[in-house]
Design a protein around this ligand. Structure first.
Ligand code: NAI
Ligand code: MG
Length: 360
């Protein structure tokens, strides 16, 4: 199969982890006789430096013409003093909006070999396997009006939390679909005791649930969900929630594993290309040193193979290769105290490729 993949390395360690991904994808194309065509685009800080805007038209058109987009990370201290609408993050927000990536998926999986990295007790985290489905293009982060008015003590700042029935329906349906695929249950998280938008959310969940009579589902208030994620994360399978709640809960859930360098994400639209990226940032403190952990990005490739290309055998082989490498004790610097044995980004990538080759 031929697939066009847009690669947006971005800033900091982004280019280093994207290199790891293209090497692994190239190996997969060799092993499984696919053709992957990579087209590179600038996004974030590098794009500001090269063309004065965090999301150049050319990058957008590369993405729109591709079957999937792989992103490294954007941002860094160099651009921190720029005004809000000129910052690297604006490039990512713009891309999500332009590609209509309304469903953000963040799986949280515990690797037995890394259980010691979690700040939580073993018995709490063993067997955790959940996914947060976050609405990504609506709610408080995009609602209008957003403004400042008045002066002095009278000055007010306004953000607007608005959701349409249509926006809620499509994300809730995605949540049910993932629960169906995983053979699991759905938890819808809201704040229906306070927010009108959450009360509409609940109504829509009840309606969409009728299309999925086999799937068990429940509602949970967001403050309780924040507590339950730490108290007993195993109770969750698929969590579906609105944009800001999902932003906060997914960062919280990522810490269950204790290792930011391990976690992937996918952002999907109805029928356009999806965006696949590690959840970590550009890690300016280690950028350019060649020590970044590539596994979050490689797990994002697993999601790309699964959700964008329906290449389930390839996805499973890569996922098992990542697991094997960890089981064999290989660690990048962020996963071990022992500096002498820590592998570089390139070495870790080679270990994954070796393990992958053995699978086929
Ligand atoms: P960060 O995720 O970049 O780094 C947090 C800590 O984790 C750092 O100590 C870093 O070295 C470490 N780390 C992260 N990824 C790693 C990896 N793959 N291997 C080894 N260690 C890793 O978050 P931080 O420091 O809050 O943000 C740095 C920059 O990244 C900021 O400009 C921020 O805006 C941006 N950012 C971008 C995101 C994106 O592009 N989606 C997401 C989060 C932050
Ligand atoms: Mg976040």
């Amino acid at each position: 199969m031929k697939k066009r993949i847009a690669i947006l390395p971005g800033d900091g360690i982004g280019p280093e982890v994207c290199d790891a991904a293209t090497k692994v994808l190239t190996e997969i194309s060799r092993l499984y006789k696919h053709e992957f065509e990579f087209t590179y685009g600038d996004l974030g800080g590098v794009a500001i430096d090269s063309s004065g805007t965090p999301l150049p038209e050319e990058t957008l058109s590369i993405c729109k013409q591709s079957d999937a987009v792989l992103l490294g990370a954007v941002g860094g201290p160099k651009w921190d003093t720029l005004p809000g609408d000129k910052r690297p993050e604006k490039g990512l927000l713009g891309l999500r909006k332009e590609l209509d990536l309304f469903a953000n998926l963040r799986p949280v999986t515990i690797y037995d070999a890394l259980a010691e990295a979690s700040p939580l007790k073993d018995e709490i985290i063993q067997g955790v396997d959940l996914v947060i489905v976050r609405e990504l293009t609506g709610g408080l982060y995009f609602g209008e009006p957003r403004e400042r008015r008045g002066v002095g003590e009278e000055e007010v700042a306004v953000d607007t939390l608005v959701y349409s029935r249509k926006e809620i329906e499509r994300i809730v349906r995605k949540g049910f679909e993932f629960a169906e695929v995983r053979g699991g249950a759905l938890t819808s998280v809201d704040k229906a005791n306070v927010l009108e938008s959450s009360r509409l959310w609940r109504e829509v969940v009840e309606e969409v649930a009728k299309e999925f009579p086999e799937i068990s589902y429940s509602h949970m208030l967001v403050d309780n969900a924040a507590m339950q994620l730490i108290r007993n994360p195993k109770q969750f399978d698929v969590i579906v929630t609105e944009n800001m709640f999902g932003d906060i809960l997914s960062d919280e859930a990522s810490m269950i594993t204790g290792s930011l360098g391990m976690l992937p994400s996918a952002s999907l639209s109805q029928d356009g290309p999806g965006l696949f990226e590690p959840i970590h940032g550009s890690a300016p403190d280690i950028a350019g040193k060649g020590i970044a952990n590539p596994l979050a990005t490689l797990s994002s490739v697993v999601m790309m193979l699964t959700y964008a290309f329906q290449m389930t055998d390839e996805a499973q082989a890569l996922s098992e290769a990542i697991n094997d490498v960890l089981e064999n004790g290989y660690r990048t610097a962020d996963l071990t105290q022992d500096e002498k044995t820590a592998l570089s980004t390139v070495e870790m990538t080679e270990k994954v490729i070796d393990a992958l080759t053995k699978k086929v």
